[in-house]
Design a protein around this ligand. Structure first.
Ligand SMILES: [Fe+2]
Length: 230
């Protein structure tokens, strides 16, 4: 198995390429303007793209899902709550995407948005969790737009993600401070948002005064069409 991490400077987005032994690959949270980089990597690794998936509708970059489907004929996957018409497979909680020896399980983790999913990849003894914007390294996603909800986010974090094995490696969809990965154990011990009780967490999420993402008014409508302009 192979995991490659890509970073988009403009939106601080991480995208991931996961490849099987038989060289079939999946891209998670691909950014449209970086498709050339993914293509080069796929070519170098002699891999065939079979899936592209978004953890949720992104507000800060344009998704590569539509263009990847057009170029590679891959399946495009999102949660059914996202209601994105151009997706070829709508996923629900606890479904499995199989790529040869790899199994990627969907975990519905609403809160940052109402269509947020995390994906758990198992490979032999190791497991990797792609958390989208639900759990970030030393943080969590915001909850102030796209039907975000702090109480649901608290439940997703504590009752779903923190129930996974301590050694689970975490790969988030963003980082703004130079971190690249973490583990469930490290986050349980060091992530201040995870130390709060539910009431304090909800208050603190509701008191965040964050700027709107620069691209939100362009990105959301475009991403509802998999990033393709009509
Ligand atoms: Fe997001």
């Amino acid at each position: 198995m192979k995991i490659e991490q890509f970073f988009d400077d403009e939106s601080s987005t991480f995208s991931y390429l996961i490849g099987s032994k038989e060289r079939n690959a999946c891209l998670i949270d691909p950014v449209k303007k970086n498709i050339k980089k993914y293509e080069e990597k796929l070519n170098n690794l002699e891999m065939n793209l079979v899936y592209a998936l978004d953890t949720h509708i992104h507000a800060d970059h344009i998704t590569g899902l539509g263009e990847l489907r057009e170029k590679f004929g891959c399946e495009t996957v999102m949660g059914f709550q996202s209601n994105v018409s151009c997706v070829s497979r709508f996923i629900r909680d606890n479904e499995v995407i199989l790529i040869d020896e790899l199994s990627i399980r969907s975990i519905y983790t609403p809160g940052h948005t109402d269509d947020s999913y995390s994906y758990l990849l198992k490979n032999n003894e190791e497991q990797f969790l792609f958390t989208g914007d639900t759990l970030l390294i030393h943080g969590s996603g915001r909850t102030d737009f796209q039907n975000g909800n702090p109480s649901s986010l608290y439940n997703s974090l504590h009752n779903k993600l923190l129930k996974l094995d301590d050694e689970t490696i975490i790969y988030p969809a963003h980082d703004y401070k130079g971190f690249k990965s973490s583990t469930i154990k490290k986050e349980r011990l060091n992530n201040k948002r995870l130390q709060m009780n539910k009431e304090t967490f909800i208050k603190s999420m509701n008191n965040q005064k964050l700027n709107k993402p620069k691209l939100i008014d362009i990105a959301i409508p475009l991403n509802l069409n998999c990033g393709i302009e009509e």
